[in-house]
Design a protein around this ligand. Sequence first.
Ligand SMILES: Cc1ncc(C[n+]2csc(CCOP(=O)(O)OP(=O)(O)O)c2C)c(N)n1
Ligand SMILES: [Mg+2]
Length: 564
Amino acid sequence: MKVSDKYVAQLLAEIMLAKGIKEIVFSPGSRNAPLINTFAARPDFDCSTIVDERSAAFFALGMAAQSGRTVAIACTSGSAMLNYTPAIAEAYYQKIPLLILTADRPTEWTDQSDGQTIRQRDAFRNFISGSYELPQHPDTPDNCWMTNRLINEAINKCRFPVPGPVHINLPFAEPLYGTTETEPEKPRIIYQPKLNYSIADDDLRQIADLINNTEKVMLLAGQNNGDIRMNDALRKISALPQCVLLTENISNLDNKNGVACIDKLLSVIGESRQAYAPDVLITFGEAVVSKRIKTFLRKHRPKHHLHINAAPDHPDTYQCLTHSIHSDASEFFNQLAPLLKECSSNYHQQWKEQCTIANRRHKEYLQQCPFSDLKAYELIFDKLPRPADLHLGNSSPVRYGQLFEHPEGIRHFANRGTSGIDGCLSTAAGAAHLSPNLTVAIVGDLSFFYDSNALWNNYLNKNLRIVVMNNGGGNIFRIIPGPSDTDHLETVFEARHQRSAIALAKSFGMNCFETADEQTLLEVLPRFLNPAAEGPALLEIRTDGPRSAKVLNNYFKYLETGRV
Ligand SMILES: Cc1ncc(C[n+]2csc(CCOP(=O)(O)OP(=O)(O)O)c2C)c(N)n1
Ligand SMILES: [Mg+2]
């Protein structure tokens, strides 16, 4: 086997393999030739090449989110590596493991007016779980020992204490293309066993007492991977009369006992919200999409807020945190569930009654609502086959997604770590690459054009379906309060345009579908969503932007009052 003669590249490859990192996404360059020549030569690595580093990093993020495995990305020096930044920030806030390998000029050339040379060390320091630089030529026993230790530590940090992105900057001196046939020696591996975070008995008992003696306990799930053990425990807890479990579809929890569409419910509850405010709030998982619940809880602050989070930080989202519980949420709820008892309360029942009203009004409104974004989402969600992976773009698609109860068998993804529109499509393409399921990405038109380089790679699987909800601009700015009151709504906020997503997708050789009305959409969907059909495929749905915004605003009015 002919690999790079750079010792650092060989060692890195050996330790990555020993630690189970096999997937690597390259972007082309010369400074990273030692990495390319080492990894691409070894059949045990699964290498992909994507030219645009921004897209490559999101693609890798999607692979890691889908598989749960650490995925590596590797690029050349200079601005190439800075293009990784949006996906790294997303991985950091969403807690997704990525190993970022950036090749660099020798350290002594930084800031010396040499080509393609920028300050790379610690460049991602604000959004990274660990940042390392390896020696150029580990030529003494102590240097070799240190290099080995640093690589082990960096890779371990991709998963501990919580998953996240880790950066290794690798300065390489020329010549860059030298190779060797010698078998690399087996490196020393530093193992880091998985932890079982459990709460001390005394503390657990106190938490159980609090829940057993409180009439209003709200559990609020943020973005999650879904976990059978967690579902089992939560099913028992959320059935208690004093408890209500609020989930969003990106929490990926089965929630028959609780409340699944938070914004819908809070609209129905309207002014009488105080009665629904909890005394104890238990939160877990990552981002929550619903802005209404955040406003509601910040206004009606519970006496106790327990946040379950294995990371050592204290996110105080509702400005009332009283317990920062550093545990794995599944472990915590499984420890807690057997200690809980019913308390005399109608809190659970109260929420369920509002659910019934919300679901009835939702149905009534949709039955008579004209073709618009809302109507199109209803039809798509209704026709999704199962199992399927659903990637909801920012920011309207993920918000619309929360208004519908999705059946079991659909796994939800969204880039809610930073809520960017810059990589939703590339993320979905990466996830589809490793998923056995039909993978449906729904993005807005601006998000689609922003990340259209997602189509520029050789790894678009036939299971990938892209829906572009083309409402002619950033419709979110017609929905949120503020932009409509300015003179710049269409030109700046909305950035109105006449572009066609299909015209672009055709140039990438995709199967394309188009619709601008309900009837055609209903005809197209079964063909487009057929898992056995040849993909990848793109469906462009053209809607009227101003009308879509009006339909959504009236929807919320109808939920609130029962009339438009
Ligand atoms: C990288 C980035 N730039 C800007 C924004 C701000 N932003 C949020 S939504 C949005 C418009 C999205 O428009 P589109 O994709 O067409 O979706 P729509 O709201 O029309 O459904 C913009 C510019 C962002 N979230 N991320
Ligand atoms: Mg749009």
